[in-house]
Design a protein. Sequence first.
Length: 497
Amino acid sequence: MSRYLVTITPPTPNGDLHLGHMAGPFLAADVFAKVRKMLGDEVVLLSYADDYQSYMARKGEESGEHWLDLSRDNTRKIEKTMLAMGIDADHFMHSGENGFFIGRVQQHLNALAEKGVIKRVEGAVPYDQELEKYGYEAFARGTCPECGYSTDPSQCENCACYPDAGLMANLHSPITKKPLEVVKMTRLAVDMRALSGVLKDHYIKHPARRQLGAFIDQHVFSGYDQMWPIERTGDAGIPVEFEGADILVSTWFSGLAGYEAALTEYWARKMRPAQAERFWREGDAKVAHFLGFDCSYSHALIYPAIASLVHENPPEIYHYTNAFLKLDNEDFSTSRNYAIWAGEFVAEHGVDAVRFFLAIKAPEEVPENFSLKEFLAWKDEYLRIGKSLLSVNTAGVSLSLSLAEAFARWRSVVDKSGFSMRSYASFIWDLFASFSQSSDELERQEKAALIAMLSGPLLPDLSKQMASEYLASLYGRLLAGATAPLTAEALAECEAF
């Protein structure tokens, strides 16, 4: 048994969750966590609201509401939508004015400062004279100097690099649409050169998955030496102290602290606070981050380095990234209200159908497109096969070589080293197709049994309807014999178990 902390990138609570969110970190993290629990691991799935994001300050100004009140209202909507989607987070933390959160951010800042990683540097910052605002994130947009994509000056939404505002073209205010000037300002920054050795050691031990390979090669193994500003003057940020002065730091810096704080709060509410520190201290735990690729700079560069500098025995860290899901070939947008809202959609179409289709369309490596017409046609086929599955008696399915081989393939698909929600969904859909196309009753019973036993993390309602004590026992025998060679002797041993 292994211990896992599974994290969902904290959403900005400036609105509810749409299908684009679900097709990315939210659903994938939930499926992964449920798979690990099926395999006998101890798992905590958590996230938190990114309350101090400058997009919240902008939303508050536009709506006339205080940013914290707005966040709390939207966080309740987010939690309700997660529940409707069958996403069983163990904890979802409200970070605004949360002592666990702010204390952990302060701890990480202090630790990096003691290691000599925090420096004061002069750099370019966009400034809006009309609104009298600095444009770190929500109050500025321009063209990324690395890839030419339109982004804010924090992390590029396309290539995930930190774009130097002094090199960005077309800097303008997303509110007034007018050009912005660039001013020089001295701020606290993380010296990426000082993290180079730590990051190289980390990725030599734990090579990046293929989606992150080129990014890690560029930023870790090719002499990357950028300074990464974290201080936010005159903008939203997390209130901490540095050298006796009150400052604000970026929420991009605080992500790992947020996950650690959420875990601490989770165990504190269970009256077992020592469990949280044990997770970071004993060195045998694993962290699985689920994130959009655009969050890779913070998650794949900053957080592993902080973990290595802060914790004596840092956990193994895995990153599972995704690209964007588009809506009729356009970007989903909460701020522009161009979206299909997940809560409303699942209420109309059912949790299993929505989860299954989004998993099949998961944009794990390249952007994918959501089409309502395509979904409705697929849903008809899914419901037709699902109705047939519920009519099959699986009580007579016995342990067989074909069943054990299918179970082994499933184990391979959901293994942590190469986990892919899309591949998992395709595996289950292939079982649906094989069941539907087969005229052999024994084969149909076996396919139905596999779907009942193995689809639970993806299809909570259908698997529950198909469940039985007999299938639970059969799954137990398959799991017990999973490490044995697929031979007649091994099957006999499983049967005896």
